[in-house]
Structures are given as structure tokens and as C-alpha cells.
Design a protein around this ligand. Structure first.
Ligand SMILES: [Zn+2]
Ligand SMILES: [Zn+2]
Length: 253
């Protein structure tokens, strides 16, 4: 309902959130209402992002809406921007999957997250119940596993984003869509973090750090005493290096 829209806080006000306690976050009662905010929208392959006024609808059953405080760009976003794979094309779309934010409101049935919680989104969600989630060998959930072709919410196959002008649906990306001031995620794709942690750095936990550490510990399964080579020293390479260097010889390339 257009009359129910609420203009989001200014960027200056967003910045002040760093200094406020989590429970001081919810100055405006936006729960259950459409929020109008800014988002970087991609309208087609390799096109320039445009900053648009978008409407973010309230979280539905087992979903959460978060205020994105920090977000970063990753090569996976670049791949979606290029959209070389036709299966990955869904426009307009809000990319972004590495971020940190604060829970603005939660949908029906969400009991492990609440307003004001500091969180990071995870593109590889966990339902906690399926055969993969309860396995000790994988965490590729059958319901929320990473899937670049999925572009709507899992619960009702609809989007929560619309252009303010014209009400055109905007597609989601990688269970996350973080290039926006507010986003809606399945609660299975959100992890609560310590509110005392520097939230601008926690963004890296969302992809770069976990990818690098996981590559060393799980994919390569490196053992103590191994000599290893790390190709590239971006966020992923640095995280892999940090996870290894205490007990191994590392060659940086
Ligand atoms: Zn990434
Ligand atoms: Zn699962």
C-alpha cells in the first residue's frame, strides 16, 4: 500500500547507528510496513548500476528484514553483473551478498532473531532439518543452499522489492541482495553476531573470510605440517593464509 510507505533514515543517521546500542536502533516503528529506501539496481547485463528509490515489503513467515550497515563487492557479484550464463539473468535485480546489518523486524515464526540483533547474511543458508543440514559431511542445505538462479523468496516464490515508481518487481540475488539500505532474507540465511564486534569488519565474514578459511580447512583439507601455495591475496586469499600460517609453510603467489 503506497500510503503506508516510510522514508528511511538519512545516510547521516545510518552512520550514527555505530555508536548506538542495538536496542536503541528502532527509533521509528516500521514493523509490518513497506519501507522506501535507496538501492543499487542492475537493469541488464554489464549495465551501470542505478541508485533507485525502492519499496521493501515486510518479512513474511520465517523471514527477517535487516538494515544493511555495510556491504562489499565480490567476484560472484561481478559474475552476476556479466550474466554470461542465461540461467543467471533476472532483471531488474539487486546484487550483493557480503554484508553486515541490524535486524529491523522479523516475520511470523522467527524465534531465534529479534529486532536490534546484529547479523550477517549467509548465501548458503541452513534449515537445520534436512538430510544435508544434519550430515557431518556437508552443509549444502536442500532448501537454502547457494543458488545463483534463484531470484525470489523461497517461501512464496515472490519478491519483496519493488520500484517506487511504477511498482515493478525487482529480483533477489543469492539469498541475500545487500546493495540496498534494507533487504529481506529467509531467517535460515541470517547469522547473529556479537553486538560488540566492529560491524564494518564483520561484513567480511559473510563471504571472503568464510570462503578462504573453508577452502583451506574443508575443501583442501590441509593438514598440520603441509606446505601450501595460496594464489592471490584478496580477502579470500588472506583469510586462507591466516587460517594456515600458524602451523604450515605458506607460499604466497
Ligand atoms: Zn562472495
Ligand atoms: Zn537444510
Amino acid at each position: 500500500m503506497r500510503n503506508d510507505t516510510i522514508q528511511t533514515q538519512t545516510n547521516r543517521e545510518m552512520g550514527s547507528l555505530y555508536a548506538e546500542p542495538a536496542n536503541g536502533f528502532h527509533a521509528k516503528n516500521t514493523k509490518g510496513q513497506v519501507i522506501t529506501c535507496k538501492a543499487a539496481v542492475l537493469w541488464g547485463p554489464k549495465e551501470a548500476f542505478t541508485i533507485e528509490d525502492v519499496e521493501v515489503h515486510p518479512p513474511q513467515k520465517m523471514e527477517v528484514r535487516i538494515k544493511v550497515i555495510c556491504t562489499s563487492i565480490c567476484h560472484t557479484d561481478l559474475g552476476a553483473w556479466n550474466a554470461l550464463n542465461e540461467a543467471h539473468r533476472a532483471f531488474p535485480r539487486i546484487l550483493g551478498h557480503e554484508a553486515a546489518g541490524i535486524v529491523e523486524s522479523v516475520g511470523e515464526g522467527v524465534v531465534d532473531l529479534s529486532e536490534g540483533d546484529h547479523v550477517v547474511p549467509v548465501f548458503n543458508g541452513e534449515c537445520g532439518e534436512c538430510v544435508y543440514c544434519i550430515s557431518s559431511k556437508t552443509n549444502l542445505c536442500e532448501r537454502y543452499r547457494v543458488d545463483p538462479t534463484r531470484c525470489v523468496m523461497t517461501g512464496d516464490s515472490k519478491t519483496r522489492f519493488f520500484t517506487k515508481k511504477g511498482g515493478q518487481p525487482i529480483y533477489h540475488f543469492l539469498n541475500t541482495s545487500t546493495f540496498t539500505e534494507y533487504t529481506v532474507l529467509d531467517s535460515a540465511c541470517v547469522v547473529k553476531i556479537n553486538p560488540n564486534a566492529p560491524i564494518e569488519k564483520m561484513s567480511l565474514l559473510s563471504c571472503g573470510v568464510t570462503t578462504g578459511v573453508g577452502a583451506a580447512w574443508n575443501t583442501a583439507n590441509v593438514k598440520n605440517g603441509s606446505s601450501v601455495a595460496v594464489f592471490g591475496l584478496g580477502a579470500v586469499g588472506l583469510a586462507a593464509n591466516l587460517s594456515l600460517r600458524s602451523s604450515m609453510s605458506v607460499l604466497w603467489l
